[in-house]
Design a binder for this molecule. Sequence first.
Ligand SMILES: C[S@@+](CC[C@H](N)C(=O)[O-])C[C@H]1O[C@@H](n2cnc3c(N)ncnc32)[C@H](O)[C@@H]1O
Length: 336
Amino acid sequence: MNVADFYECLWDFAKSRVLTVASQTGILTRLAGSAATTEEVSRDLGLDDLATGKLVRALCSLGVVAADGKHYRVVDELKPHLLPGESDLTPFVDHAHGLYERWGATLEEWVRTGTQPKRVRTGDQLLKFGQGMRASAGLMAPQVIRALDGFAGIRKVLDVGGGIGGYARFFCRAKKDLEVTILDTPEVADLGRKSLEKEKFEGRIGFIGGDYHETDFGSPQHSEGGPKKQRRKQRRSYDLVLLANVLHIESPEDAATLIQRSADACSPNGRVAVVDFTIDDAKRENVMGCLFAINTRSFGDTHSGPQIKGWMTAAGLSDLRTFDLPPAHWMIVGRA
Ligand SMILES: C[S@@+](CC[C@H](N)C(=O)[O-])C[C@H]1O[C@@H](n2cnc3c(N)ncnc32)[C@H](O)[C@@H]1O
């Protein structure tokens, strides 16, 4: 890196804040809806004229919006991700803002002491986090479905730490006879049940509320109204066990155990899929992977490919394959 890149890097925090403020004030959604001058944007949203002008021009410099004379609009590629709907990333932008605040408040203390204040999310914060994860799953789930050949040969899925059903929604829409059981904490499972109340999955998405370190993986329990047969006890019954963005919260020992228990819950020829942040083997080149390792502080890590594959092999999984899930993830899949 030269000094110019170093200087620019020091200002990267400002790019993140420009994006999150533009989202929080409604500027991004406004300019994704239709082109407007900065005066029209500030008038429509009740914002300060001068500040809005500077922010929108900064968005233009970053390539988020394009200019046509005095009018600005969000570039086509980003539009679907900034308007209400399935692909809307706005809740994930809110989540990113939470990270920005937390990094600002606690990172130095963690580096100096290895500790930081414990965070306990309130119900509202848990819901917001779940919505943020669901929005990010909107980017990833279609790639997962494609990599797994549209779920050919897969009928029963266990989504360990599956949140409020971000992946499950996409999976069940993509395959009409798919059944997904989500295992997450009791609080998150309740939020998931509520958030799915109005969606028509005919009981194909069920929740188990419990600690995934202690809860039996082999016992699907579907939500009220699900077909009766789904509530029976079953073992080694899943065609796919998904661990998406879960292993990075865990130590290597606990991650290995989760993979072993996932492999044990697979039907013959079933698969275990790990979706997580990509990182190089030495954990010192991939920028997003290294930054995310810091995000997991002392409790987890961005685990490397050889680590994950080693745990899979030890769990008796074979035919290991890696798929890139841009922008920053991979999926490593093994067969039971
Ligand atoms: C980073 S989120 C990933 C959510 C989802 N799999 C995704 O990729 O969008 C981690 C999830 O694991 C859940 N989780 C963390 N520790 C858990 C535990 N010990 N038992 C059950 N769920 C847990 C959290 O509640 C959260 O929903």
